[in-house]
Ligand binder design. Sequence first.
Ligand SMILES: Cc1ncc(COP(=O)(O)O)c(C=O)c1O
Length: 397
Amino acid sequence: MDDLAEANKSNQDTINMGGGSPFPIKASREVYTSLFQELANSRAEIEKLYGQYSAPAGNQETRDKLAGYLRKKFGWNVSSEHVAVTNGNQAALFVLFNMLGGPNESAERNEILFPLIPEYVGYQNLLLPGLKVRAPKPSIQILNDHLFEYRVDFSRIQVTEKTAAVCLSQPSNPAGKIHSETDLKKLDYISNEKGAPLIIDSAYGAPFPNIIFSECPPYWSENTILLLSLSKLGLPGLRSGLIVASPERIAAFSKFSTSLNLAPNSIGAHILTELVSRGAIDHLCSQTICNFYQEKIAFASSKLISSLADTPCRLHHMGGGFFIWLWCEHLPFLGRELYSRLKTKGVVVAPGEEFFLGLEPDWSHGRECIRISCALPDTQLNVGIELIADEIVDAYR
Ligand SMILES: Cc1ncc(COP(=O)(O)O)c(C=O)c1O
């Protein structure tokens, strides 16, 4: 994965389809830049933001505004006590995993269960020694000649007294999987029965940035911990996000988080408060951000499907996010080899096996997959997809 950063840095000609950076969409940049300009013009406001630590759970106005927004939009019974400001989902997940499953009095709860893999590769680096991952195989549903979908295989899901949390990303990174409300309810129920929360990492999901290509409101219950991030709104540099959970879990989170961060970032929280207060957030997500990525995905997937029509390759059903997850069944060599061959042609993708956290290495499926980011300018996207398709067609010859 270090190659992904290298590709950005060292070689301007490399088409980097391997990373998770959002595209700097012009219309959303306009909105953010003018908010920053307004802020710079208000000396008292900006001095307060950079000159003071915020409270451990974040500034009260942001917590109030977000709780009000969630009550109004989804009818959730939440107050500011259910909300905390974070320094982004990565930092929040580090706190949550180790708070819920790290060394504790009984040392009993020490497993994080991922009910459906492939999952976000960044979860792997969050577990301190002693914490384990459990990630049962999903089932694979063939949808048609070009598409497939992973499904949670409930016959393999075992939530036990050792389970510290059940965690998934929605839509998933890398596959763009959307879990149905029925499956989420079921996962929530079996987690709650054993005293474990269901963590839903909504880095790409609802209510923002809401890069979801169907009507899919966010799921929440008192047993859920919902993570929201500003990164895929186009603000990854602000390192900012929020969690929504029961007041008890918010209090525990803030206490643990204070040891690590002292206080969360105030600037990101301020920008989000403004977007919510002005009623701009929904329009920004649905009209600007989601449409932008949906067009990219539609273009790249139809080009890939037609170029790979004579191969056994299939794409995962694209429910949301900005990746294409490609499965090259019976690929004559491993996905890592495909990754290396593509790299020499000037395209970087993410090899699939890295996303199969904790799974026994005997399942060859992961080695037949790659993740392709579509957050690129049109010309690069077009050339990148062409190079990928040519290499794969060649491989099957
Ligand atoms: C599924 C998922 N969770 C969390 C993160 C980290 O998000 P943040 O930038 O808010 O730390 C990412 C980043 O790509 C992600 O894809």
